[in-house]
Design a protein around this ligand. Structure first.
Ligand code: SF4
Ligand code: SF4
Length: 183
């Protein structure tokens, strides 16, 4: 080692220079929770179970989301739609119980990808923190979006180009109700 190296002066000065450089830079930290960073529109947060344009629940309890879920976070019980319930449920089969265990969920979005009915989407809403584990099993009361059109959850930004392209193919539009079907 040279004499300068032995007294560590260049290294100390170099360190001070780096500190000074960062001192005048724009701060990366924010004063959370007073200041919050905006989330990306495609942030994968709390799920929503969507309704169709008429307000009926889109989910047909096919179970594909539960099968696709790597964390086994989704459980459901299916039921058959009764006459007169056409306005409530879009298909003849619906989920009478639909639950997501938010403690298990890793917010991967696989359930959204797997759903053939565009019924489940992740949103940019955060799952609120809780003290009790069982309150983090979210049921339909928390997952299904409100009927009122102005309160619906907008998921248009989550629909990828691939999904939108897919919808253009009339012959593949399994999301549209068949002509003449009861509603
Ligand atoms: S986001 Fe992933 S882990 Fe969470 S429920 Fe959906 S598939 Fe399961
Ligand atoms: S959310 Fe979609 S994939 Fe899951 S059960 Fe309902 S229709 Fe099937």
């Amino acid at each position: 080692m040279t004499l300068l190296e032995k007294i560590y002066l260049p290294a100390v000065l170099n360190g001070l220079m780096i500190t000074l450089k960062h001192f005048f830079r724009k701060k990366a930290t924010i004063r959370y929770p007073e200041v919050k960073r905006p989330f990306a529109p495609v942030y994968r947060g709390m799920h929503v179970l969507k309704r169709d344009e008429n307000g009926a629940e889109r989910c047909t309890a096919c179970g594909l989301c539960a099968v696709a879920c790597p964390a086994e976070a989704i459980t459901m019980i299916s039921a058959e739609r009764k006459p007169g319930e056409e306005k409530l449920y879009r298909e003849e089969k619906y989920a009478s119980v639909y639950e997501i265990n938010m403690l298990r969920c890793i917010f991967c979005g696989d359930c959204e990808e797997a759903c053939p009915k565009e019924a489940i989407f992740l949103t940019n809403r955060l799952v609120p923190s809780e003290y009790k584990r069982k309150t983090l099993v979210f049921g339909k009361d928390l997952l299904v979006e409100p009927v009122e059109k102005e309160k619906r959850i907008d998921v248009t930004k989550r629909q990828t180009r691939k999904v939108l392209e897919f919808k253009k193919h009339k012959e593949l539009q399994h999301n549209k109700l068949a002509v003449g079907s009861k509603q």
